[in-house]
Design a protein around this ligand. Structure first.
Ligand code: ZN
Ligand code: ZN
Length: 388
């Protein structure tokens, strides 16, 4: 079958690879009908994620049709149309039982690698390095789905793929980001990053009762989308100083809740931005936490910072301001399974149509070109769907 494979920095290719097979009786195989490129795939593309190997199939935002099920799969049948969460979860360990699906104790066969770096291993992820399980990714014609009774949600309605596909990651991720921000009535929420996760965080913050949402980015079409679809006030950080403008907009108090929907590869400006790049190049730090530092500086005292943006290693953070301002930080990979039923319900009831973020749609062959466009923020690319 054809699949998008990782070959190093800025090098993604369409390769011919073996079709997946049932390995465990709890597996299913799906024929992928739509699969998205994620902002976090760009961390792979830019070679920021450790333990990738040449030829790894990437991608983690799929949906498709079930074509084979293992003997112990009860909830799925051949022919079912399913969306598959990017987090692989066993459903029966202590963490899964608490609803902490992205922290599953059983789904990462390479847990030891992760444990060395982090102390404990989070759940396995599709197409996201060997440290995260070495699972083949979903930008391919077929995908093996482990623990098939736990992850995939069956789509009974005839909503088109582009309306339900983002249940696999970015809609629940934006929603959990807003939930983690502990939004209360009358709150002002600032969202850094108006990529797809940022857009869903903005809309979710509105749905969870924010009084005002202020969105920060530098790409005009992303700021436009935040304004038009997310009803947000916007700050272009290349035009204005973010701290000064946020203080102006909030009577010097600062936003009550801050969401970092950017993560490790923050663009940054000025000396701090350059300094982050240099430190990363010489390996003094793995991440460029420009946004997180800015959020700590801007957040009102006693406020909450929610971090859906992906970080990969170590970086210098202003721990003193964080402590002395009494801030709460909440983060984590998304517990996708926890949100599937309720968010699908919202889509079916027409409260939200997630397809508003889609700007590009193409076959697998155009994957490498779309990665380049998405990475370089060219051609108005905000979200690309591949149809294998
Ligand atoms: Zn994703
Ligand atoms: Zn588990």
């Amino acid at each position: 079958m054809r699949a998008l494979c990782w070959h190093g920095e800025r090098d993604v290719r369409v390769d011919e690879v073996p079709e997946p097979e049932i390995v465990n009786p709890t597996d299913a195989i799906i024929e992928v009908t739509a699969t998205a490129i994620c902002g976090s795939d760009l961390h792979l593309y830019n070679d920021r994620v450790p333990s990738m190997r040449e030829g790894d199939v990437i991608g983690h935002e799929p949906m498709g049709e079930v074509v084979e099920v293992g003997d112990e799969v009860d909830t799925l049948e051949v022919g079912d149309r399913v969306v598959v969460p990017f987090t692989i979860s066993c459903g029966s360990c202590w963490f899964c039982e608490q609803g902490l699906y992205s922290l599953c104790d059983n789904s990462n066969p390479n847990a030891e690698l992760a444990r060395k770096l982090m102390g404990h291993s989070p759940a396995g992820l599709y197409g996201y390095s060997h440290m995260m399980g070495g699972y083949a990714g979903a930008q391919a014609e077929y995908l093996r789905v482990p623990y098939a009774d736990v992850g995939p949600i069956t789509i009974e309605s005839n909503l088109p793929d582009e309306q339900v596909l983002f249940l696999s990651d970015i809609f629940p991720t934006g929603y959990m980001a807003a939930e983690n921000a502990d939004i209360e009535e009358n709150d002002t929420v600032a969202v850094w990053g108006c990529g797809p996760v940022g857009q869903f965080a903005i809309q979710s913050a509105q749905m969870l009762g924010a009084e005002r949402v202020i969105a920060i980015d530098r790409i005009p079409e992303r700021l436009d989308m935040a304004r038009s679809h997310g009803d947000a006030e916007v700050i272009d950080y290349e035009e204005e100083d973010v701290y000064d403008r946020l203080m102006e907009l909030t009577g010097s108090r600062g936003p009550d809740r801050c969401i970092d929907a950017v993560g490790t590869d923050a663009h940054g400006t000025g000396f701090a931005g350059t300094s982050d790049r240099v430190k990363q190049e010489v390996r003094l730090q793995d991440d460029r936490p420009y946004v997180l530092r800015e959020a700590i500086k801007c957040c009102r005292k006693g406020g909450t910072i929610s971090v859906p943006g992906v970080y990969v290693g170590r970086a210098n953070l202003p721990i003193g301001p964080l402590m002395n301002k009494g801030l709460t930080v909440k983060t984590g990979q998304t517990h996708v399974q926890r949100y599937l039923d309720s968010l699908l319900g919202m889509i079916e009831e027409g409260q939200i149509d997630p397809s508003f973020v889609v700007t590009h749609q193409a076959g697998l062959e155009e994957g490498p070109e779309l990665y380049e466009k998405f990475n370089d923020k060219e051609d108005g690319c905000i979200k690309a769907i591949l149809t294998p």
